[in-house]
Design a protein around this ligand. Structure first.
Ligand SMILES: Nc1nc2c(ncn2[C@@H]2O[C@H](COP(=O)(O)OP(=O)(O)O)[C@@H](O)[C@H]2O)c(=O)[nH]1
Ligand SMILES: [Mg+2]
Ligand SMILES: [Zn+2]
Length: 374
């Protein structure tokens, strides 16, 4: 066995190292500031300045005739390109971070990540689970009379919300079509989820198809069929919109954001790194100057949200009315299928205390989670 020779340092050397480290730490501490991750491009991130550092660096003094060196002042609300320290866990859009900015390069470095209130993850194309949005308050599950709502998809998103610690909000969009298309079915569906304790809201997004926009709803003569009820519910919150294609997510998101052109104030750097291509997700604030007023995390691909990473127990935990009943099933490993012996869920279906389709949704999702697709 090879002997590892430890170099012995004298006390004086140790003291000197301690002092150097303390000095380095002090200079980092003075430059540290708060920020929020606004977008994520693989290795690079965009961070918005939400507090200024204790020590604000002075711009260089340029002698007459000398060329001006690159200098980027640190201002509240600006967005900087950043790298993360290598030893940090994976960072997501919406993360609150402590970071330092270097005015000489226009680049920042994330030093630490603050504790999260919630974390939405999804598998990347290699089926590896990636965090995509942190500190999201609400996941808006959007559905519509047309294309017709798929209740099992709503149940799937409710499971996702439960697992990510995000509050679900059921948004029935295209309410202008309610009086003519599938009225009874869609209204009943909404009531079912309200009875389970979930919040719901009706919207009609401003768009050419919406002929009733601005007019009064047949159902709620006093209600304006626009966005105000949704706006009330997501005020000061960070929201993700999910749901089937064609239900109006993009239309809603565009109507909720202050400028249709979501160009952001990204600090240009003197680097030659070129343009970024894809982003995993981006935070679009309701008020770009005040992130505490919330916003929308635009996350491509959340539609195809797989649940293979969840266990059957995780999944039933997301069925809030079924979860407490499962303890009464005759067998601990009950699959809760129609002919499972002594299944408490099906007894409750027979009693009419729970909905059959919710139990069927549960069984489908648990089976899916049991059979990974990769
Ligand atoms: N009638 C009606 N049409 C809508 C409403 N919201 C969106 N649409 C239309 O539905 C179609 C799909 O909308 P889009 O926002 O692209 O859906 P997404 O796939 O969920 O992002 C578009 O033609 C929209 O103009 C609405 O509230 N009422
Ligand atoms: Mg869209
Ligand atoms: Zn059972």
């Amino acid at each position: 066995m090879a002997l590892i020779r430890q170099r012995k340092l004298t006390n004086q050397q140790l003291r000197r190292i301690d002092k150097q480290q303390a000095q380095q730490q002090e200079s980092i501490d003075g430059s540290l500031m708060d920020g929020v991750v606004m977008a994520h491009y693989g290795k690079q991130l965009e961070v918005q300045v939400t507090s200024l550092p204790a020590i604000i660096p002075d711009p260089p003094i340029v002698a007459e005739g000398e060329p001006e060196p690159f200098w980027q002042s640190i201002d509240l609300g600006d967005i900087w390109r950043c790298h993360a320290r290598t030893n940090l866990p994976m960072i997501a859009t919406g993360d609150k971070v402590r970071w330092v900015a270097d005015p000489n390069t226009g680049f920042g470095r994330i030093e630490s990540v603050q504790p999260r209130t919630s974390l939405v993850s999804r598998p990347d194309r290699y089926h590896k689970l990636k965090p995509v949005a942190a500190n999201v308050d609400i996941l808006a599950i959007v559905f519509a009379p047309l294309p017709a709502a798929a209740p099992s998809l709503i149940d799937r998103y409710l499971v996702v919300c439960h697992h990510a610690d995000v509050k679900p909000l059921l948004v029935l969009n295209k309410a202008d079509l309610l009086s003519i298309q599938d009225y009874a079915f869609t209204r009943e569906l909404l009531t079912q989820y309200e009875d389970l304790g979930y919040e719901t809201v009706l919207t009609a997004a401003p768009c050419p198809e919406n002929i009733l926009h601005g007019a009064q709803s047949l159902e709620q003569p006093d209600a304006d069929l626009g966005l105000s009820h949704l706006q009330d519910k997501i005020k000061d919150k960070l929201v993700i919109f999910a749901g089937q294609s064609g239900v109006g997510k993009s239309t809603l998101v565009n109507a909720l954001l202050p400028e249709s052109d979501q160009s952001v104030n990204v600090i240009s750097t003197n680097s030659k790194l070129g343009q970024h291509t894809t982003t995993t997700s981006r935070l679009l604030p309701f008020n770009p100057d005040d992130l505490s007023q919330g916003g929308i995390v635009d996350t491509p691909g959340i539609r195809e949200y797989g649940i293979w990473h969840l266990t059957p127990d995780d999944i039933i935990a997301g069925f809030i009315e079924l979860y407490p009943l499962a303890a009464n099933c005759q067998f601990r490993d009950c699959k809760h299928t129609y002919n499972s012996k002594g299944c408490a869920l099906w007894e409750a279906v027979a009693d009419g205390t729970v909905m059959q389709r919710r139990v069927e949704s549960l069984v489908t999702l648990q089976a899916e989670a049991d059979t990974p697709t990769y």
